[in-house]
Design a protein around this ligand. Sequence first.
Ligand code: 0O2
Length: 229
Amino acid sequence: MQENKEVTFAPWLNMEMIEEFKDHAKDYARLMSYYTAAMMEIETKFKVLNIELNRGYDRNPIENIKTRLKSPRSIVEKMQRIGKPATVESIEKELSDVAGVRVICSFVDDIYKLADMLALQDDICVLRVKDYIKNPKPSGYRSLHMIVEVPIFLSKEKRYMRVEVQLRTIAMDFWASLEHKLRYKKDIPQDQAEQIAEQLQSCAQTVSETDQKMLSIRRQIEGHYPKAH
Ligand code: 0O2
């Protein structure tokens, strides 16, 4: 996911979009503007929670928030993979990860705290949760994924848009980013691929143990040295 701190331009208006969607480029751009608005809503919700929790705990549970729109090419490839037409209507109906918000947390318990707080907000509808922390992927990948629906308020209508939220610790993000970089578009021979996969899995295990240790250290410190004010 690429960082998109300020939406000062229209990120969905690019040559790739015009090439992929030709006559429907206008409708596609409109849909992408809705997803961008939905990502902004979710990002703001997490920023607000971070401010509130900072007052209560004297630390920031969120280290960083990244947002990304799936690229036109990735959208078309995914629609082909699932055997659906890459029309604007079908994209909105079939895909839940066009808009993505990644929340990087300090500690594992912050992930569940923030996920529960988001889920409790009365304008949010949680459609699906995949807990790859309790049940890591075979690769070793860990994160909490949620598909949520959030309303966006336009000049003449209110629309509900789906957003994929990925919550992970700094350590989980470190592993996922490097693993993605190492694997992406590399033609690794089968025999070496297995060995590399095992090493990456072992790193993921180390990362997970470190996360648990850091949480335990934080709890020890909080138990012995509560907030001074
Ligand atoms: P990008 O560029 O990150 O968006 P879905 O088709 O998405 O409904 P799936 O494949 O079960 O079904 O989705 P999943 O596994 O819940 O989430 C997919 C996303 O999780 C990926 O997005 C990655 O961001 C992340 N992810 C999942 N597995 C791994 C992994 O083994 N390593 C890393 N580094 N990331 C992983 P995309 O669409 O692949 O790409």
